[in-house]
Design a protein around this ligand. Structure first.
Ligand SMILES: [Zn+2]
Ligand SMILES: [Zn+2]
Length: 177
């Protein structure tokens, strides 16, 4: 394989993993997988949290790909891309935002500051519902996220409850109709 093919696979996998992490965080961890993720949204004094089990489970995939990749090289580079994402994620999420491992750096401006603010806003809601900003490397502006938080907190903006659609009366319609 040419070097640019390897690089393309790694870059693609990093971007793919951000999409995968966003979906897994939004629909699994804040859905049926909340049992493990809950520990990450609560104060605790321990070094580890149940949520770390996700990292262990997800790590199985690149390990298998590294082994299978000994026979088919593209998979080996895909596994490397996943591992690179894992490293970036551990740095941004665990160290920078949650200051694990004694890491203390509060960025004052730019991209990292926006990441930090976005993930803090993810933690601004108690419980699993109504949270914003489920991605990690692509963060929206704090003002956008705050508007989403307000919309989530306002039940009229949250859409119909499961099952029955809500009938919204048209307030602009004339009264005699
Ligand atoms: Zn979460
Ligand atoms: Zn977090």
């Amino acid at each position: 394989m040419a070097w640019f093919e390897k690089l393309a696979i790694v870059v693609f996998m990093v971007l793919f993993m951000e999409c995968f992490a966003w979906a897994a965080h939004k629909y699994i961890m804040h859905g049926w997988g909340w049992g493990w993720h809950k520990s990450h949204h609560e104060e605790h004094g321990g070094v580890f949290e149940k949520n770390d089990l996700y990292a262990v489970v997800f790590a199985v995939v690149p390990i298998v790909l590294f082994v299978v990749g000994l026979w088919w090289e593209p998979l080996w580079w895909a596994a490397l891309g996943i591992t690179v994402y894992g490293g970036i994620y551990a740095f941004v999420h665990d160290m920078l935002v949650h200051q694990r491992g004694g890491f203390r750096w509060v960025p004052k401006q730019g991209y990292f500051k926006q990441l930090l603010q976005a993930h803090r806003l993810h933690h601004a809601v108690e419980g699993k519902d109504g949270t914003v900003s489920h991605g990690f490397l692509f963060a929206r502006k704090p003002a956008v996220l705050k508007a989403q938080l307000r919309a989530n907190a306002n039940p009229q903006r949250r859409g119909p409850p499961r099952g029955k659609p809500t009938v919204v009366s048209d307030i602009s319609a004339p009264a005699d109709r």
